[in-house]
Write a protein that binds this ligand. Structure first.
Ligand code: ADP
Length: 184
């Protein structure tokens, strides 16, 4: 049984076995959560990313795939880098985003990670509406067979946190939307 937990905060401050990075295909760093992970994790992460570019991923990590490196100075054993899709407008194919979650959990299983923190992949620079990201992320994790015991979604802002909380509530309570604060 995988427990889903939600935290509002900075993913680089989490103590978990593996931290998922919303990377870009170059694996060489970027803005948002990627920049934060490399800043706080130190140069060891980038060194392993460069080695991956020089070996398995000469053309970069494809969208929807995942690969692990050391977590450097972070309070984790691994960073799992995954590349989310860029939003193409209404009707965008959700399957690459689902794949990011599935493949990240598969990598976590291969490593033996039991606690894994995810950011809201593709909800920043890649432009996906956070409500869609939350639905796809929560449903995919629920539907994926894994030995991971805790999946912790770490949401940076209140809007993302509310979107994920709404989805978790919907799954637990059979499709109703959560009551607004102060409801009887
Ligand atoms: P993408 O390029 O996949 O959209 P971003 O890093 O731009 O990735 O944004 C993904 C999500 O991560 C956004 O909701 C953003 O607010 C959030 N984010 C940015 N920094 C952090 C952080 N340090 N911890 C957790 N989430 C973060």
């Amino acid at each position: 049984m995988t427990t889903l937990t939600l935290v509002r905060g900075d993913i680089t401050r989490q103590s978990v076995d593996a931290i998922v990075n919303a990377a870009n295909s170059s694996l060489l760093g970027g803005g948002g959560v990627d920049g934060a992970i490399h800043r706080r994790g130190g140069p060891a992460i980038l060194a392993e990313c460069r080695a991956l570019r020089a070996s398995r991923y000469g053309k970069g990590l494809p969208t929807g795939q995942a690969v692990a490196t050391t977590a450097g100075d972070l309070d984790a054993r691994w960073v799992i880098h995954t590349v989310g899709p860029v939003y193409q407008g209404a009707g965008s194919d959700p399957s690459p985003l689902a794949s990011c979650h599935r493949k990240s959990l598969r990598v976590a299983d291969e490593l033996g990670a039991r606690t894994v923190a995810f950011p809201a992949i593709s909800a920043g620079a890649y432009g996906w509406p956070v409500e869609d990201v939350a639905r796809i992320a929560v449903e995919t994790v629920r539907d994926t067979e894994t030995a991971v015991e805790e999946v912790r979604f770490v949401l940076f802002d209140e809007r993302a946190f509310a979107a994920f909380a709404g989805q978790v509530h919907r799954l637990r309570h059979g499709g109703e939307s959560p009551l607004p604060p102060g409801s009887p």
